[in-house]
Design a protein around this ligand. Sequence first.
Ligand SMILES: [Zn+2]
Length: 142
Amino acid sequence: MTMSDWAKVERPIPVPTELTKPFWEGTKQGLILFQHCQTCGNWQHPPAPTCTNCVGIDLKFEPVEGKGTIYSYTIGHHGGDRRFAPAIPYASIVVELDGAKGVLMAGNLLGAPSTEAKVGRRVQIVFEPLTDEITLPQFKLA
Ligand SMILES: [Zn+2]
């Protein structure tokens, strides 16, 4: 059981857009902010100009609790992107966060062997600062 060595990975840095800027401002402060439709109550991520349920435009970024359940996962055994080679094998997981039913967020499972990624396992967000501007939300076992 080996742990992924993310310290040696040169991560691609996300570039915020007008739509995603509030999300990245949130992660910098240790918050997960998802769009919440004020018309129908739908939560959504990634951010979109209109509600994916009712096409409403009254969307607000609101915090959700940084805990959730693994919905799906994949184990990376090959370095398609050579920057990730030091972390092989690593778990990329898709998580449904509590309080935002239906919204799925992807990240890596940190601090545990990739074999610990299982559908239904509880995880919590950890915030990994990449630069002064970008803090990446990742996951660890809860
Ligand atoms: Zn809506």
